[in-house]
Ligand binder design. Sequence first.
Ligand SMILES: Cc1cc2nc3c(=O)[nH]c(=O)nc-3n(C[C@H](O)[C@H](O)[C@H](O)COP(=O)(O)OP(=O)(O)OC[C@H]3O[C@@H](n4cnc5c(N)ncnc54)[C@H](O)[C@@H]3O)c2cc1C
Length: 394
Amino acid sequence: MHTHYDTIIIGGGPAGMMAAIASGFYGRHTLLLEKNKRLGKKLAMTGGGRCNVTNNGSLETILANIPQGAKFLYSTFAQFDNQDIIAFFEDNGTALKVEDHGRVFPTTDKSQTIIAALEAKMVALGVTVRTQAEVVSTTKTDDGTFLIRTADQAFSSHKLIVTTGGKSYPSTGSTGYGYDIARHFKLKVTDLRPAESPLMTEFPHQKLQGLSLRDVGLRVGKHQIQHDLLFTHFGLSGPAALRASSFVKAGDWLDIDFLPTLTTEELAEQFEQLRDKSIKNVTKLVLQERLADYLIAAAGIDPATKVKQLPVKQLTALLTQIKAFPIQVTGTMSLAKSFVTAGGVALNELTPKTLMSKSVDKLYFAGEVLDVNAHTGGFNLTAALATGWVAGSN
Ligand SMILES: Cc1cc2nc3c(=O)[nH]c(=O)nc-3n(C[C@H](O)[C@H](O)[C@H](O)COP(=O)(O)OP(=O)(O)OC[C@H]3O[C@@H](n4cnc5c(N)ncnc54)[C@H](O)[C@@H]3O)c2cc1C
């Protein structure tokens, strides 16, 4: 005996929760199945645990930050975009704020606020949510009914939405089950690859570990990025490093410009104006002290030396450390340790306007399971929430 629903959604991340909300909103008898104890485990980790729920940029900005799948998502965003996401939360009593680079967070700075808002909306719309319910089998009968099984229960539905996420950070529950569903129904799944990967570097992570910098410049060959950067115990993370991972490979050298808004000449001029002060004190004015100490030592300078006493060669060496600090990349992190999965259910298998499979009636996919990947900064979540809404509402 199966419990029957109009719509079943597999996977309780942002895409699945929003799909369930849209489905409930349109009056469908809806079931959301999530294998974890709690919903939105990966969502909770975004934005450093504060939940970077979307981005406030223009549609052009949003699309420019989705390196794969942007064109396909035009129809999605025509129905539900980042501004609809913001309105959705605010209309439901969740205050949001916009930070640097258009990143949107709850004013509480707590992911739980966002998850609770999504949960409350599902309850209000009469959605049934089952957690600790891992789907292990998904089939379709000849009469067009989907049969969904967990270890100890069976359900049936008229419509099925797959929102199982990608394959990165598998400890969050995203282990790639949705790709198996797609393959079972003979839909193409493109190659799965790591995206938004932290960079492992030779040096100097031990000394700078934990240092978090706003808006530094990062240059690799012809590529240039200006964004935040984090030194970790293995190398580099933060948006600048994650973005660079799409074109950096092991062995490449990258240059960090710690003060991209100043030219070398302007910086030299600033030092000259403070020529009676020690090099340490002057450098500390423009850089965090720990970084200043490190770069002064790397340039072989005694920090107590006054700027006016510094030989030109040494000052040039310091300015070079500040404006073009070289680091060699030894590799990028594996898929499991990357923030996002590139590749997924091939977009030409789906109708862009509805996200329904072209070959299997009433089978839908949304979120990171799709062959869509975006930069961190709220762009993946925008894609997940918006595609979730579209799949759930059609
Ligand atoms: C550390 C980290 C930081 C990030 N930061 C950002 C950021 O700042 N901005 C941004 O835009 N993106 C960020 N991302 C990416 C973003 O979190 C994901 O793109 C987004 O969560 C994808 O949403 P989703 O709903 O498609 O999938 P997921 O959030 O992965 O949810 C899928 C859900 O499906 C469930 N599931 C899987 N298989 C089954 C099954 N068989 N049965 C039942 N349930 C199942 C999983 O348990 C999981 O809860 C970050 C990712 C990580 C790992």
